[in-house]
Design a protein around this ligand. Sequence first.
Ligand SMILES: [Zn+2]
Length: 275
Amino acid sequence: MTSPQQYRARQYRAQGLVLKNVPFGEADLLVTVFSRETGKLKVVAKGARRSNSRMVGHFEPLTVTKLALSRGRNLDIVNQVEVSHNFAPLRNDLTLLTKGLYVLELVDGFGSEASPNQPLYDLSLEVLNALVENPNPDLVLRYFELRLLQVSGFMPELFLCVECRQPLEPEQHRFSPDAGGTLCLNCAPAGVQVRHLSLRALKVLRLLHRNRIDQLPQLQINDALEQEVKSLLGSAIDYWIDKEIRSNSFLKQLEHWSKTRVSSKAASPTQQPED
Ligand SMILES: [Zn+2]
């Protein structure tokens, strides 16, 4: 018999941003949510693909939801869902929608399962709102990329040489995503990628680092400078996301597979999670 305490532990609530959903079973959805309380969650919304389901439309990417959940053996089950916010202006503009989905993709890549990262959750909502309000959505994305690295513990150094720790001289600097940020011209650590870094690009990165998104000064950025900053941040994101995916999600996936194999020996294999 289930004691009241066990019963309470099987039920929980979470607030979260829907990152993606995929069809699951005959009429269910497997939904990836980035939750403020618990980090990334994969949950099952039973019957959510039926046209008469009360849950229809509640699990679209870019929806902030309040969920009531039950723990299942492998996947947790949604009992109730309420939409708090759905970023309608992003959905109504294809260019902005693409930028919003890019934000979700990176949150999915950097967010860990069963490991909360409240600063990342707050950052993602702040940036999605800023995409709607800020006249320069591309700058918002660069801000997001830099802050994403910061809240994930991978903030690149922008003021000293990462090797000799000397302050950088103007125009005497380069950038290495894998060495951890800026390098002076004298230091060239073996086996790392080193890139050109212009003074103007360094100043943009420092501005993004110093200011909140709603306090950024109006920047006049030409195409070449915009491309340089985008490419520098992109190289740092690619470097770390690759490491994250390999070290984090892949190991968790292995862990999950080994658990599933153990439990499937005890029970007949089924695609449906137990609730
Ligand atoms: Zn140096």
